[in-house]
Design a protein around this ligand. Structure first.
Ligand code: HEM
Length: 395
């Protein structure tokens, strides 16, 4: 019951996932939330439910019928509505969700991604070549963002001159897209689709989606555009935050650094524990379709729900010594990649990129360490957070 002793009850009523103050240091809020059943709070003139205990979050995330991912344009929830009405799998429920997800799934299948490891190591190697001979680098902009941008460039099979555009779609810090931004991306992606249709048989993400479409999973042009947008936005900033976060956790713990150096095969466990301990996604969004009860709290129909997975990942009922960063946890059933039908479709590429980045940085730069006098600052968004920079000394 140590958690109740530490928790400050009033804090839980101040929880707001979009608040930069909360995002800068969410753990005290999580402790306060975890000490009690779900609560109702007023945010931006409407009532929200806040669900945080592990079992409550799992119950919500597994029940897409009563906890919908469709936002019925509730005023005050705009922070969670990035795509301006473009249909994307994140914000629809089955059966539409099932159809959209099936079209995207083949290009991200675990086996296919595993087979990409040599290619991914080559991409990461070229990024790290630019670090040679330098004494200091920023691991966020010069590795963590660059790697997923280039991996997407590769998955989409677009020329290097278009990587800036890929970067602009997925750049960290971007949650809401303007009409103009969406239109220019629409023109670009529609052009790609046209070219891929003309040259059948490609193995890139769009060609595979077109093939799945033609094999029976019908999706229209707007949905195909939404698919590319949601994969790129869902896949770049999160992966970047995961890589920089794992590097930071490792480099700020000398013993852990020695362990991973001595046994680089443990890099995946490091990446996984970072997803639990302080992952890129901290809060998910759902809306109740009917009146429900969660953990004894009544939530009315059409209520937006913060599903605070960042708190659930520190629930002492599930994770022993939850505030300890421990790569030997087994099992480590964190919710950092979600749960239920919307479980992260990009989990395989995200995990692989994390592993490759950690291993290759240590291989190439054995003396690497965090630059002196730096302290972490975070970019905070409604659904999560990531390091704004991570200056590293190489010499
Ligand atoms: C470590 C990096 C990543 C993290 C922490 C992460 C986290 C998540 C989480 C928590 C969800 C569940 C959303 C929900 O239930 O509402 C999700 C879904 C999703 N992720 Fe990821 N993600 C990562 C990487 C990626 C990558 C690399 C891609 C693309 C290749 C991607 C694409 C998506 C998509 C499209 C969804 C929606 C899936 C659906 O609705 O069925 N993510 N992600």
């Amino acid at each position: 019951m140590a958690i109740e002793a530490q928790a400050e009850p009033a804090l839980r009523y101040r929880y707001d996932s979009s608040d930069p103050g909360v995002g800068a240091n969410p753990v005290p809020y999580y402790k306060s939330l975890l000490a009690a059943p779900p609560i109702m709070v007023e945010r931006r003139a409407i009532q929200w439910a806040v669900v945080s205990r592990y079992r409550d979050c799992v119950e919500v995330l597994r029940d897409h019928k009563r906890f919908s991912s469709v936002n019925p344009n509730l005023p005050g929830t705009e922070d969670f509505d990035a795509f301006g009405g473009v249909p994307v799998m994140t914000f629809v429920d089955p059966p539409i969700h099932t159809r959209l997800r099936r079209v995207a799934a083949p290009s991200l299948a675990v086996r296919r991604i595993f087979d990409m490891e040599p290619q991914l190591r080559a991409i990461c190697g070229r990024i790290l070549d630019r670090w040679s001979g330098r004494s200091e680098v920023d691991a966020v902009s010069e590795l963590a963002v660059e790697l997923p941008v280039r991996v997407f460039g590769c998955l989409l099979d677009v020329p290097e001159r278009d990587y800036d555009l890929v970067r602009s779609i997925g750049a960290p810090g971007k949650t809401l897209f303007t009409e103009e931004f969406l239109q220019s991306r629409h023109r670009y992606i529609t052009g790609l689709v046209k070219r891929r249709r003309a040259a059948s048989g490609g193995q890139d993400l769009i060609s595979l989606a077109i093939a799945a479409h033609e094999a029976g999973e019908k999706i229209n042009e707007l949905e195909l555009f939404g698919m590319v947008m949601v994969l790129v936005t869902g896949g770049i900033s999160t992966t970047a935050d995961s890589i920089s976060g794992a590097l930071y956790q490792m480099l700020s713990r000398p013993e852990l650094l020695d362990t991973i150096r001595g046994n680089p095969a443990l890099a995946p466990e490091l990446v996984e524990e970072n997803l639990r301990f302080d992952g890129p996604v901290q809060t998910l969004f759902r809306v109740t379709t009917e009146e429900v009860e969660v953990g004894g709290t009544r939530i009315p129909a059409r209520t937006p729900v913060y599903v605070v997975t960042g708190a659930a990942n520190r629930d002492p009922a599930v994770f022993q010594d939850p505030d300890k960063f421990d790569i030997t946890r087994n099992p480590n059933d964190h919710l950092g990649l979600g749960e239920g039908v919307h479980f992260c479709i990009g989990a395989a590429p995200a995990r692989l990129q994390g592993k490759v980045a950690i291993q290759m940085v240590l291989e190439r730069f054995p003396r690497i360490r965090i630059a002196p006098r730096w302290s972490p600052q975070y970019n905070v968004q409604a659904f999560g957070r990531g390091l704004a920079s991570l200056p590293l000394r190489l010499d």
